[in-house]
Design a protein around this ligand. Structure first.
Ligand SMILES: [Fe+2]
Length: 165
């Protein structure tokens, strides 16, 4: 435990955080999304809980075009609104999404939103876009994202506690 994208250190076996935590980071690019990813367990492709704060979107600009992920995902809207396809999700609502199924486009609500998205596999966070033009348009983002994730996709050495058991 304690592995997370912004390397916040666990103290006495736990981390306290919140959506207002200024130790979280801004996503690469100009989206203005603040986030942190919490990696669960030692499996280098184990589950990850992503927490994101999306800025207000009064113009209804698309956040992501149609895409899928190679991983089941569970999205929980905590504050604000978020649209997938034609359906708006309000705070407290959730979408459980099968791996490999195309969804979207996504639009953040006018007042922004806070979300928790749980991915079955940390390698599958970056979207598989439907259109080649979207894949090309997001190539720089994918590269920046891969660099960010690289340290967390490596097998970890066994901890002393695990060895002694
Ligand atoms: Fe997605």
């Amino acid at each position: 435990m304690g592995m997370n994208l912004t390397m916040i250190k666990a103290i006495q076996g736990h981390i306290d955080s919140s959506f207002d935590d200024d130790r979280w980071m801004l996503a690469p690019g100009d989206s203005g999304i603040r986030l942190n990813f919490w990696f669960m367990g030692d499996d280098p492709d184990g589950p990850v809980v992503t927490c994101s704060v999306y800025p207000p979107n009064p113009d209804g600009k698309e956040n992501a075009p149609a895409h899928s992920h190679s991983s089941d995902t569970i999205r929980i809207v905590v504050e604000g609104r978020f649209k997938v396809g034609t359906k708006w999700y309000e705070a407290g609502e959730m979408r459980i999404q099968d791996a490999g199924r195309i969804y979207g486009p996504e639009v953040v609500g006018p007042d922004g939103c806070k979300q928790i998205i749980i991915f079955e596999k940390r390698s599958s966070i970056f979207p598989n876009y439907v259109k080649d033009e979207d894949t090309r348009a997001h190539a720089a983002g994918k590269e920046a994202f891969s660099k960010l994730m690289a340290p967390f996709n490596q097998p970890r050495a066994a901890s002393p506690a695990a060895v002694s058991r």
